[in-house]
Design a protein around this ligand. Structure first.
Ligand SMILES: [Ca+2]
Ligand SMILES: [Ca+2]
Ligand SMILES: [Ca+2]
Length: 217
């Protein structure tokens, strides 16, 4: 179907347009377009995952002692990096978050655009209130938890971690036009002894056709 000319501007179909997001699938093999803090990799083989789109995914890690001293950052540094109010991450999980990694990107979005991405949370932790490592997304300085060690989605993992949620899709409808800053992070809680990770891929911003339709007179 040719979507460049529409005779019906009332169409509510949704189609992908040129995304303002740079390298949303990480398939440049690098973090082009992103800023990073801590241990973040773009890799196709680190965990032998099958990315949901393309060859590469982003992988963020906590500072697990079993992996040696990783170059991760404290929760307060991560909060500053993601423009979150001090104490946001402790409050999100209800425990003392310690350290981890994050990435972010800012792009233009219109009201009604649909943002979506795929994620997978990995951990070597058991279900634990005290060491409840977690992964989260931030949208314009507001944090939403993606998963923690209590996830009902866990199955045993075929990669280097004990368990994983498997790939899930998060979607969000943009309410206000303007720049949107999107961040992702994964954090150790309680201590730094047992590691967790967050995979991100296939980040997309989709517009409603009716926003850019051309009406033929
Ligand atoms: Ca990809
Ligand atoms: Ca803390
Ligand atoms: Ca941990």
């Amino acid at each position: 179907m040719n979507t460049s000319i529409l005779v019906n501007s009332e169409s509510e179909n949704v189609t992908s347009f040129q995304s303002a997001i740079i390298n949303g699938g990480f398939d440049t093999g690098s973090f082009t377009g992103w800023s990073t803090s801590g241990m973040s990799f773009v890799d196709k083989s680190e965990l032998e995952n099958i990315p949901s789109k393309g060859i590469y995914s982003a992988l963020l890690l906590t500072g697990a002692a079993e992996d040696g001293e990783l170059n991760v950052f404290s929760d307060s540094v991560i909060e500053s990096f993601l423009s979150l109010p001090n104490g946001t991450l402790d409050a999100l999980i209800g425990k003392d978050t310690i350290e981890g990694s994050a990435i972010q990107q800012t792009f233009a979005a219109k009201a009604g655009d649909r943002l979506s991405f795929d994620w997978n949370f990995f951990t070597n932790e058991s279900i634990s209130e005290d060491f409840n490592d977690f992964a989260f997304v931030t949208i314009n300085g507001v944090a939403f938890k993606l998963s923690d060690t209590f996830s009902s989605l866990f199955s045993s993992s075929s990669n280097d971690f004990d368990t994983e949620t498997g790939l899930n899709t998060f979607s969000y409808t943009v309410a206000e036009p303007g720049n949107l800053t999107l961040g992702f992070g994964v954090l150790d809680v309680g201590d730094t002894m047992i590691g967790s990770g967050l995979l991100i891929d296939n980040l997309k911003l989709e517009s409603s056709i009716s926003d850019s339709a051309i009406t033929i007179m």
